[in-house]
Design a protein around this ligand. Sequence first.
Ligand code: ATP
Ligand code: MN
Length: 456
Amino acid sequence: MKHRDIKDVIGDLSLVNSDITVCGWVRTARDSKNVAFIELNDGTTLKHIQIVIDKNSDIEYGNALRLGTSLKVEGKAVESRQGTIEINAEKITVLGECPLEYPLQKKRHTLEFLRTMPHLRTRTNTFNAVFRVRSVMADAIHRHFQSRNFIYVNTPLITASDCEGAGEMFQVTTIGYSDKYKNQDEYYQNDFFGCKTGLSVSGQLEGEVAATALGKIYTFGPSFRAENSNTPRHLAEFWHVEPEIAFAELPDVLEEAEDMIKFVIGEVLSKCPEEMKFFDAHFENGLIEKLETLISNEFGRVSYTEAIELLKKSGMEFRYPVEWGCDLQTEHERYIAETVFNKAVFVTDYPKAIKSFYMKQNDDGKTVAAADLLVPGVGEIIGGSEREADYDKLVAEMKARGMNLELYKDYLDLRKFGSVPHGGFGLGFERLLMYCTGVSNIRDVTLYPRTVGSIR
Ligand code: ATP
Ligand code: MN
């Protein structure tokens, strides 16, 4: 269907007087005695192009003024009073009628209401802006890593090992309900892969395999977690960016993380000015300034031990008590990021007992070289660490945790054959998107959110 993107047409005054065809959905319409106006949007930009219909001409436009109707409009480009292009319609083709029960009649609906119609909410300004920022952000992530010699690898989504050992894995099986098997072992032996398998919670272990050959790699794909908690920050299926870097210690990993976040946010600010203005106005006042400040200042850095001291001194009544050794809860993370630092901050060197087996053990014997990046409003957006590269230390830790070493033979081999200091991190793509847009529920930055008890 020959037509122009509204994005390319609307600001291009060199088009004045030329013949233009655009397509889109009717966002608003006004009907007066001699003229009718339609605001048309085709999803390429937040802006609607104005279509002017001279009612004294013989243009047929039927139900074209109804909200949600899809149109093809042919006409002459003219300059509007706002200095943009509008179109004096010469021919209007209704591509798809939209009856009055179209649910998006009112101008502003709540995000909760819109969640009940994921297939239609995409036609609102909010989701139009969210998905454009999301796309620009994804592109920026690729360009950032590619420009630094990182290789994009795709790690498997079906796995036989649970990376975090956290038991939050979705099971993958081709056997449905059955009483044919004597016990679990027999069941798994008869299953598709001949063993228990699940959807990967992280590509890290395979990422390490790639990094210890290719030097620097990143993954960018879905991870799955059977999080049984209903929070505004957790999805059962989320997109995960996981760089893994050979010849790197924790400070190198943090530097990479900081550079990446700054680059990506800078790209969003410069490539999505309209969308960011929209989010600043409707979702978080001061959003643009917040992001500009973030990219022009160094991220904070605080050790877990120092963070615990700060929390204890805070005089705050936390729901979860604070003691050295406790996991930081969202309320603690937010206090550190919002009240103490009021900017992005890395919390480093967590107690070994609350972190994963593969993290590099510090010399104090108590902590590991791990770091989470916390940001105001969202909390944790990155979790990373230097990995334990010493074979004996890693084996000892895995045994202490009662892990089945057989399942990790390949992983341990990396420490046997030319082991190198290395590390990486996992960024929750939707979490970064929340931070950049001010949208406070993760369900509203993804096309089809999957959460416990809810799937469409
Ligand atoms: P949290 O403590 O917030 O549950 P986590 O410590 O379990 O996160 P990691 O295993 O460190 O998360 O994963 C790395 C990153 O992936 C996190 O920092 C977060 O940005 C993102 N992430 C983890 N789980 C989810 C989820 N269920 N939905 C969306 N993003 C997630
Ligand atoms: Mn984490």
